[in-house]
Ligand binder design. Structure first.
Ligand code: SAH
Ligand code: SF4
Ligand code: F3S
Length: 443
């Protein structure tokens, strides 16, 4: 029986996958350890979305050489998107890696661990699947606060946005049997969890067809089934693709208080020419119409986004259109990135990465500055209001304070009094920064 240490990079889907891997390991009788010095195997679940994500992993592998010097029996394996992208080539480039396993091949891990025990043996398993959803595997919650948990409901993506590596690293889109999703959520609730986040690359493209009775389950149906488990169980979801944001979903959100009023809706650019070149399947007007629909149904819903600065051939005017769109939407939060050319994508094959690095940096900084100001102004509007907050843990700054989140996914910090983690409390907001609300408990 082996001791396994796992380290995770990248998106929430990767964190959820690591919990599936941990479960597969424990089934075999292996033990997950949190101290790398105790490990027989180090698994690194990697991300390939931007070049700097991969550079970080390579740096980590160099650091791990020192640990391997001390523990000659230690084997290092790469999982996730970088494993899928580079396959066995990664083991040639990185000598201290003994195995690579792609996101759809984790069931092969127990065999691979046995194989690579022998000195000098290396193994790669990177076949993608059209059906694997790990639906029968109850994840082992790693580093959990016992309050909120992720549930993977679909995998893969075939939208082929021109810049994006995910369709190549995660394979075809496929949805998971809704019964297993609801069962997992119910089991979490019975264990005391108060919040589940349903995850998928394009979570709202979820679609299940039951071949036995011909019944179809769309994302809105699924959300309402999960929300019906208990009003005490909060439901979140990420990431939504704008092209599939239906009114039906918005209506389900309105009719269930426990479906959190927060939508992450990556826009990528405010320019129609860029959106077309990116292959996003919507233009700015269509996107803004979806934002208007969200506001119409749920005036209190927070909206967050992803954006890319300096995609191929982006002009100054097109960059200004992104800033303009940010001013119109007034996001509560944004993940903001400089375009990074990824091998094998449409952009790598057909477009030129021609926006100079310093221009990309400046454009990104302009978006960050604008968004920081908008987030602060949005938060100031919350001062004086009352929110229901699910308490998640101790504040990082002080033991005397707790933090939790509003339905809108905003972090609120408040003096603890006799409140416990996992409780719902009412808090009045008294102050804020761009990132955090400060409040007082209302008894
Ligand atoms: N499926 C989600 C996003 C998944 S990737 C969606 O379509 O919205 C997360 C984010 O990384 C993307 O929204 C995009 O903003 C960013 N991203 C993806 N590829 C990138 C690249 N090559 N360079 C910079 N940012 C990128
Ligand atoms: Fe990447 Fe586009 Fe798929 Fe999102 S929708 S994962 S950005 S290809
Ligand atoms: Fe990264 Fe793969 Fe997620 S590339 S963002 S870990 S799907």
């Amino acid at each position: 029986m082996y001791r396994i240490y796992i380290e995770t990079y990248g998106c929430q889907m990767n964190f959820a996958d690591s919990e599936i891997v941990a479960s597969l390991m424990q089934r075999e009788g292996h033990t997950m350890v949190t101290d790398i010095e105790e490990a027989d195997y180090v698994l690194i679940n990697t991300c390939a979305i931007r070049d700097n994500a991969e550079q970080r992993i390579r740096k980590r592998l160099r650091e791990l050489r020192a640990v391997q010097q001390r523990h000659h029996q230690l084997r290092i394996g790469i999982l996730g998107c970088m494993a899928e992208r580079l396959q066995s080539q990664l083991m040639v480039e990185e000598e201290n890696v003994s195995f690579v396993v792609g996101p759809d091949a984790y069931r092969r891990l127990p065999d691979i661990l046995r194989q690579v025990r022998q000195p000098g043996v290396k193994a790669a398993e990177t076949e993608l699947s059209t059906t694997e959803t790990y639906s029968d595997i109850e994840p082992v919650r790693l580093g959990s606060n016992g309050v909120s948990a992720y549930i993977s409901i679909m995998r893969g993506c075939q939208n082929y946005c021109a810049y994006c590596v995910v369709p190549y690293t995660r394979g075809r889109e496929r949805s998971r049997d809704p019964e297993t999703i609801v069962a997992e959520a119910r089991s979490l609730f019975n264990q005391g969890y108060k919040e589940v986040t349903l995850l998928g690359q394009n979570v709202n493209s979820y679609h299940w067809y039951n071949p036995d009775d011909g019944q179809e389950t769309g994302f809105a149906d699924l959300i309402s089934h999960v929300a019906d488990i208990s009003p005490q169980l909060r439901v979140r979801f990420a990431t939504s693709h704008p092209k599939d944001l239906s009114d039906e979903l918005l209506q389900v959100m309105v009719s269930h208080d426990n479906v959190c009023k927060c939508i992450h809706l990556p826009v990528q650019s405010g320019s129609d020419r860029m959106l077309k070149l990116m292959n996003r399947h919507y233009d700015a007007a269509w996107y803004l119409d979806r934002i208007a629909a969200i506001r119409r149904y749920m005036p209190d819903c927070s909206i967050t986004t992803d954006v890319i600065a300096g995609f191929c051939s982006e002009t100054e005017e097109e960059h200004r259109m992104t800033l303009e769109l940010f001013r119109k939407v007034r996001y509560d939060y944004a993940y903001m990135f400089k375009f990074s050319m990824r091998p094998d994508t449409y952009a790598a094959k057909h477009l030129v990465d021609d926006v100079p690095e310093d221009v990309k940096t400046r454009r990104l900084e302009e978006i960050i500055a604008l968004q920081g100001q908008i987030a602060l102004e949005n938060n100031r509007l919350e001062v004086g209001k009352e929110f229901e907050v699910l308490v998640e843990g101790e504040s990082h700054r002080s033991k005397e304070q707790l933090f939790g989140r509003t339905s809108q996914n905003k972090v609120v910090v408040f003096d603890r009094q006799d409140v416990c983690v996992g409780q719902y409390v009412r808090v009045r907001v008294t102050d804020c920064t761009a990132a955090t609300l400060k409040g007082i408990l209302i008894q």
